[in-house]
Ligand binder design. Structure first.
Ligand code: OOG
Ligand code: MG
Length: 263
């Protein structure tokens, strides 16, 4: 099938900018996974053309909890830009989002360019630091429902990230307790072991994906390892905290109100 991918990329870019939900493409204009990544790149190109800067990448569906929550079963990856960075301890303005959710993650900061597939043993040599982090996801599809191809085209629902204090201690990464609190009440609890069995495996997968795509990720980039638990919906005034045992915590308070699914 000869499908014009550019209008799909533009529609997704506009949906993100205007915080307006779209129907899933898989319902009327299905495309395959390779085309989905082409759409993702084309839609990111709109943002770069507009002055946003790539700061790293994110992996998605690296835990069973997330795969089950969203009904998909493959690891995916997308791009982070400077416009997505939110301040730790600050206010998160919900006005820019459709139906945002938050999830607990680890964020890696790279020390060397990643330009070839790494083993888990090598991965740590490529790291400068690791931090507790929160990812804000906001699917551009109605009802936060999508096929694997839909979500990949939508840059894997990437919308924001909050990064906590950096640490150079990688020794307890494998199985650190993860707690997510909403207004002080525990809403999700888990372990970093839920991320592919060991969060460093996210880095290994990222290096393989980059190599396959023939992309070198510069030193000083961020890599979000993927959520360790399911995500929670963000409501006006909500205060969200993520704590990773041994690595500290990061938090934000919601201001404003998400757009919801206006028609
Ligand atoms: C897709 C993004 C998944 C993760 O950490 O697993 C993701 C979504 O759930 O909307 O970021
Ligand atoms: Mg995530």
């Amino acid at each position: 099938m000869n499908l014009d991918l550019a209008p799909i990329a533009s529609a997704l870019d506009q949906a993100a900018r205007k915080a307006r939900a779209l129907p899933q493409f898989s319902r009327h204009t299905p495309f395959n996974l390779e085309q989905a990544y082409q759409i993702q790149r084309a839609s990111m190109a709109h943002r770069y053309a507009d002055g946003e800067r790539m700061i790293g990448l994110k992996l998605g569906f690296t835990s069973r909890a997330k795969m089950q929550q969203m009904g998909v079963d493959s690891l995916i990856w997308g791009w982070l830009t400077d416009a997505m960075l939110e301040e730790d301890g600050g206010q998160l303005n919900l006005d820019r989002y459709i139906h945002p959710r938050a999830e607990p993650e680890l964020c890696f900061l790279t020390r060397r360019a990643i330009d070839r597939p790494l083993t888990q043993l090598e991965a740590v040599d490529y790291l400068e630091a690791v931090a507790p982090a929160i990812e804000i996801i906001d699917s551009r599809y109605e009802a936060f429902k999508f096929s694997l191809e839909d979500v990949v085209a939508d840059n894997c629902s990437s919308a924001g990230l909050v990064v906590g204090p950096w640490s150079r201690d990688f020794s307890t990464l494998a199985n650190a307790g993860v707690l997510m609190r909403l207004d002080g009440a525990l809403v999700e609890a888990g372990s970093t072991a839920a991320i592919l069995g060991h969060p460093l495996r996210s880095l290994v997968h990222a290096s393989q994906l980059l190599a396959r795509a023939d992309i070198s990720l510069p030193a000083g980039s961020l890599i979000m390892a993927g959520a360790a638990t399911a995500a929670v919906a963000l409501t006006p005034g909500a205060q969200l905290t993520v704590e990773i045992n041994g690595y500290g915590e990061c938090a934000f308070t919601c201001s404003g109100q998400a757009q919801g699914e206006r028609s």
